[in-house]
Design a protein around this ligand. Structure first.
Ligand code: AMP
Length: 210
């Protein structure tokens, strides 16, 4: 199975896709979820995340390496990493050292208006990372405020406000968007544009060969 990198602007649905791919045997690596857990004890980290900017690369690499060590040789999906060219280069070096393949990079191209609406209407589970919508019936939890998968209370992310969304979106355009060209030049990029939500998973499966 090919490893997957999901590149997408904030609230594009990376987490939802990664969560769906777990059923195919993939391990989801969400650096954002790891950071949110760490931020419960680390106030400075929580504050840094709330600016909508990127967290220091050193912290990110530590979190990534810990997770990669933990999962061994299982196939994985990187949800929210890399987020800048430096991280992509460091990741390539790591793969070369370990003689591993990069796999495929999937870019979810979604309109800013749609993203803002999703961000401000979502709730998430901090335990398993699953996201829900407060306005879309098919994405609501069975029981209000409780995760269907692990029974944990759902929360609203502190960075899912209109103001922080704007900053996260700008960070995406400035730092992460250049990765699209970077991976296109390496012939690894697949773009999914303007697709109905229900069809996105089908398209992702087609790309990874399921
Ligand atoms: P996410 O859950 O992927 O939307 O990430 C939430 C926040 O965590 C981001 O807005 C960043 O502040 C931080 N973050 C997550 N992944 C990374 C990364 N690869 N590099 C730097 N910061 C990150």
């Amino acid at each position: 199975m090919k490893n997957v990198i999901l590149l997408a602007p904030p609230a594009a649905g990376k987490g939802t896709i990664a969560n769906d791919l777990k059923n195919l045997g993939y391990i989801q690596i969400s650096i954002g979820d790891t950071l949110r857990r760490l931020a419960k004890e680390d106030k400075a980290l929580g504050e840094a995340m709330q600016t909508g900017g990127l967290v220091d690369d050193k912290i990110i690499f530590k979190a990534l390496n810990n997770k990669l060590d933990e999962i061994g040789n299982k196939p994985y999906i990187l949800d929210g990493f890399p987020r800048n060219i430096e991280q992509a280069k460091m990741y390539n070096e790591l793969l070369e050292k370990e003689k591993k393949d990069l796999g495929v990079v999937i870019y979810l191209d979604v309109d800013k208006e749609v993203l803002l609406k999703r961000a401000t209407s979502r709730v998430v589970c901090l335990n398993c990372g699953r996201s829900y919508s407060l306005i879309k019936d098919e994405l609501k939890p069975n029981e209000e405020g409780i995760c269907d998968d692990c029974n944990t209370n759902l929360i609203k992310r502190k960075d899912d406000t209109e103001e922080v969304f704007e900053s996260r979106y700008n960070t995406f355009i400035e730092k992460t968007f250049p990765l699209i060209k970077y991976y296109e030049e390496q012939n690894n990029l697949y773009r999914i544009t303007e697709l109905e939500e229900s069809k996105i998973l089908e398209e992702v499966k087609r790309i990874i060969g399921f």
